[in-house]
Design a protein around this ligand. Structure first.
Ligand SMILES: NC(=O)c1ccc[n+]([C@@H]2O[C@H](COP(=O)([O-])OP(=O)(O)OC[C@H]3O[C@@H](n4cnc5c(N)ncnc54)[C@H](OP(=O)(O)O)[C@@H]3O)[C@@H](O)[C@H]2O)c1
Length: 304
């Protein structure tokens, strides 16, 4: 029998800790650990371009080596800090990863993700950076974020390490990842437009873990699904299922993501440990097929 701490697929996103005091960061971290959360998701650009949230986290926690070994520290690079655009040059990747180590006060990253695709990417340069970071023991594994299958294939031409993770936005308020496939081959239906090149199936076929970012946001930061005025039908179904499962809408919205057989991880961005406990509880609920599709339809998606 697995304990919660061995099984939860909930991670804590650190993008919103910039406004927290050090004692609040400690409370959030310890609350997360009590809930069984091991994965902590950072980026070099959270909290301002220069490793702001990473630094707050590192300074507030000063993790012991035994505690450090029990968690998964993940960060991202590749967005140019403070200016538009992206940079997947070897120099940029190595420098930013090394700066992240210093800010987080750790000797290694468990996972480094390339944050958003750089169309000027030279896969050889990414390979050079990953090889240097891996051989020096500074990064243990690698992945991407917001990448399409063909962008991953392009990287794989030169990168020898497995790309284990792709972090993409997914949830009831932004379900394009699954919605296109549900309505495949439907003429004149916006939902049928293939924008990501079959990312869901590609990830399952290639053993890439999808991580769902901003799981409770509607679109790209257009408000929360729980009180969005255009989602009253979804609110009714979330409330109904919350009563049936004696839980909360946050738990049900999380269960909707973890129910998918792609076995996604969910990167929750709360600053409150109590909300994270709700997410962890949700990941333990297995919705029926009927409930899953009812929520999907209530969120405004079409089922042909
Ligand atoms: N790879 C990428 O491109 C990318 C992009 C964006 C984010 N991310 C990652 O994803 C993580 C999560 O993103 P996110 O913070 O946007 O996700 P989120 O978990 O959907 O949103 C968290 C925000 O929603 C609020 N919230 C959640 N449930 C609520 C409820 N029931 N009632 C009221 N407020 C509620 C939280 O407030 P409270 O703090 O009060 O709970 C917090 O402000 C980030 O921290 C980051 O690690 C990655």
């Amino acid at each position: 029998m697995m304990t919660r701490s061995e099984s939860t697929r909930i991670g804590l996103g650190m993008m919103r800790i910039a406004t927290l005091e050090p004692n609040q960061i400690r409370d959030l971290y310890h609350g997360a650990r009590e809930a069984g959360v091991k994965l902590f998701d950072h980026a070099d650009v959270y909290g301002g371009g220069e490793h702001g949230c990473e630094r707050l986290f590192g300074e507030a926690l000063e993790l012991s080596s035994s505690e450090r070994e029990q968690i998964v520290l993940q960060t991202k690079c590749g967005i140019r800090p403070g200016v538009p655009g992206f940079d997947f040059s070897a120099e940029h990747i190595i420098r930013r990863a090394e700066e992240s180590l210093e800010a987080l006060r750790t000797e290694y990253l468990d996972v480094l993700l390339l944050h958003r695709p750089d169309t000027l990417v030279e896969p050889e340069e990414v390979a050079q950076a990953f090889d240097a970071l891996e051989s020096s023991g500074k990064v243990r594994s690698f992945g991407v974020s917001n990448h399409t299958p063909r962008q991953i294939d392009l990287l794989k031409m030169n990168v020898s390490q497995p790309l284990k993770v792709n972090q993409v936005q997914f949830g009831l308020g932004h379900a394009a990842l699954v919605a296109q496939g549900v309505a495949a081959n439907m003429e004149g239906l916006e939902q049928s437009t293939n924008r990501d090149g079959g990312l869901l199936e590609y990830s399952r076929i290639n053993g890439i873990t999808l991580q769902a970012w901003s799981p409770y946001q509607r679109g790209f930061f257009n408000g929360l699904i729980f009180d969005h005025p255009e989602l009253s039908k979804l609110h009714r179904v979330l409330d109904k299922l919350s009563k049936e499962y004696a839980t909360t809408p946050t738990s049900i919205a999380t269960a909707w993501i973890t129910r998918h057989p792609a076995k996604m991880e969910v990167i929750v961005g709360t600053t409150k440990a109590s909300r994270l406990h709700e997410a962890v509880a949700g990941a333990e609920i297995t919705l029926t097929r009927a409930e899953w599709y009812e929520l999907f339809e209530a969120a405004g998606y079409q089922i042909p």
